[in-house]
Design a binder for this molecule. Structure first.
Ligand code: PLP
Length: 396
């Protein structure tokens, strides 16, 4: 099919919920991707922070292909060796003891909140409140929607799931004001991704931890975007030293394969009794092959440390752009390879300009350029992304 046919067929049958770019992806290699007209792009967005190892990493491709010839799916009513192997690596990477596998970030967060409700309601029938933050993003199912602190996502879906309270992010006084014995969980992203790459202080997270301890509420970190080496540590919480009670993961953990879940320490291993939670697909053999290959490769290639170094270089280059365009760039922020550049104007034209010049980036929260490349991006590729941004800003 040619480009126009692909777009026309898609727009004819797909529910029109996405505003897509006029590009048809064909194949990729490393951090590069080609459209179906042969044009080459550097991808600094990684399919929304998902393609950790880029496109086509041989270890990941082989792991999925090999597993596909054995067992693709068998449900969680049986054991598989590949799930056993994946579980150990997820436990090691998260620093947790028990894992549940789901299929997407929202489902991981749903499971985490359900666990918190069970935990709370077992102590007192009114201990069910879940507090989350303004400008957060936790998913689009009914409950994750209610926890997502953005009116935009709520419009037309009321009545929203009850028991949710929203407070401003990185504002400990606001959280303190709503904390009481009826709170079963506080759900936060250690860095807000969709909200515009907001990095809170370590002190804030430490104070949140203390409040959760005081009121016996579970601290849930949504690490769907910040997890799996993205920030230059295995998980975002490791920068602050504030360990959550429940950690959720998705996006980068399967290197492009849809897989997610949550992790808890041993003391929360039995909040759910057999039958209390589950799923047909979560952690199926193909997904586990992807998780195992992705985590093993991040380890063997030393990507956690490399992301930290590359992130420092990248943020330095973005700050140079800020200095060069002080009236166009308001702030540069981020950690590791989750980077945000807040503009004084709308960001979409900058994204379009870069795309036309063969560089894929993203804009979130209206005016924040978001850069979440594959973890394997090279210094040369970073320079090309920065050069494209430079041109786009000059043209703005
Ligand atoms: C993307 C994202 C989600 C939702 O994940 P899906 O896989 O789209 O359901 C939840 N939380 C955060 C922080 C995210 O970035």
């Amino acid at each position: 099919m040619n480009k126009q046919t692909v777009i026309a067929e898609t727009e004819k049958y797909y529910l029109p919920v996405f505003g897509r770019y006029q590009m048809v992806m064909d194949h990729g290699q490393g951090c590069r991707v080609w459209d179906n007209e042969g044009k080459e792009y550097i991808d600094a967005f990684a399919g929304i922070a998902v393609n950790s190892l880029g496109y086509n990493h041989p270890v990941l491709v082989k792991a999925i292909a090999d597993q596909a010839t054995k067992v693709m799916h068998c449900s969680n009513l049986y054991y598989t060796e590949i799930q056993a192997k994946a579980l150990r690596l997820v436990a090691e990477a998260t620093g947790m003891d028990r894992i549940f596998f789901a299929n997407c970030g929202a489902e991981g967060n749903e499971g985490a909140m359900k666990l918190a409700r069970k935990y709370g309601v077992a102590k007192s029938p009114t201990k069910y409140k879940i507090i989350s933050a303004d400008e957060s993003f936790h998913g689009r199912t009914f409950d994750t929607l209610a926890a997502t602190g953005h009116d935009y996502y709520h419009v037309g879906y009321g009545p929203l799931s009850p028991g949710h309270v929203l407070v401003p992010y990185a504002d400990i006084k606001a959280l303190e004001a709503v904390m009481d014995e009826d709170v079963c969980a506080v759900l936060l992203e250690p860095i807000q991704g969709e909200g515009g790459v907001h990095v809170p202080s370590d002190e804030y997270l430490q104070q949140v931890r203390a409040l959760c301890d005081k009121y016996d509420a579970l601290l849930i970190f949504d690490e769907v975007q910040t997890g799996v080496a993205r920030t230059g540590k295995w998980f975002g919480y490791m920068h602050s030293g504030v360990k959550p009670d429940v950690l959720t993961f998705a996006k980068g953990i399967g290197g492009g394969f849809p897989v997610a879940g949550f992790a808890v320490p041993e003391r929360l291993a039995h909040v759910f009794k057999p039958g209390d939670h589950g799923g047909t697909f979560g952690g199926n053999p193909l997904a586990c092959a992807a998780v195992y290959a992705t985590l093993a490769t991040i380890k063997s290639e030393g990507l956690v440390e490399k992301v930290a170094q590359k992130g420092e270089y990248f943020i330095g280059e973005l700050k140079k752009l800020q200095a060069k365009y002080p009236d166009k760039v308001k702030e540069v922020r981020g950690r590791g390879l989750i980077l945000g550049m807040e503009l004084t104007k709308e960001g979409r034209p900058v994204v379009e300009h870069c795309l036309a010049n063969g560089v894929i980036i993203n804009c979130t929260a209206g005016s924040v350029i978001r850069i979440v490349p594959p973890l394997i991006i090279s210094k040369e590729e970073i320079d090309l992304v920065v050069a494209a941004l430079d041109k786009a800003l000059a043209a703005m």
